[in-house]
Design a protein. Sequence first.
Length: 308
Amino acid sequence: MTKPAPGMDHDLYPYSALPDRAPLRWPNGERLAFWITLHLEYWELEQAKLKRQKPASELTGKIAVVSGAAAGIGQACAQVLFEKGAVVIGLDIDPSIAQTMSKPGFEGVVLDLTDEAAVADALANIVDTYGGLDIVVSNAGIFRTGAKIETLADEDWDAILAVNLSSHRKLIKRAVPYLRHGVNPGIVVIGSRNVTAPGAGAAAYSVSKAGLTQLMRVAALELAPEGVTVNAVHPDAVFDTNLWTPEALATSAARYGLTVEEYKTRNLLKAEIKSRDVAMAVAAFVDGTLPATTGAQLPVDGGNDRVI
């Protein structure tokens, strides 16, 4: 850049080009025109750069943990939260999570969610690595069908309650000390249509989901004073998960005298519910869409006359 003429304002030039300091003077309009042109060009370049940048997503800067994230609803929740800008850590006993969630800010941790010490260690490591915790999606669950109460094995009852109920209490218990320091923190639990409309042959599953819903309600009462929201999503008939094999679908459809396709859309809207539909409902509770909602239960079921 050309050095200023003697007597020109040196504040308008880089210091490396200035021999000394001088008072502000405008001997003619050429210097002022040059200064305006220079700054307008810079402003246009900055605006062009900003336009090329993606706007900040709803969850940018948030740290989220999703349990049962190796497949199905948990995997969809992890993906949607990540798409919305969050750092997402998935927890699952399935070793495949280390491969399905294996990129920066989208990582899987293999652990048994019924092991409270393992859960505590995992959360401590997450907070140490990423600096906090803002969102917990408590989704882990198993489903074993067919046994009526009379023939339900004790080991099946115990296993289902251990995963579907007790593991959620352990995760929430260990997450609360971090969430209370989070940014607009929230917990979402994945319940089931069985809470309000249970089915025969699913006693352990229905009881576990009802207990989880009650746990959510109590947590909402306890954590509201600290600004932590706690809500539940109740999906029904989400068939793009590992729980539903082609054989299981065919058997269930036959029990109702339906084809598989008819069975998959047996709701008021005749809609096939996908894992991503559930994930979008979960996101609404934590992405700022419903900031003043806690203790709520949101069905994602296409409309069920037994629930309504």
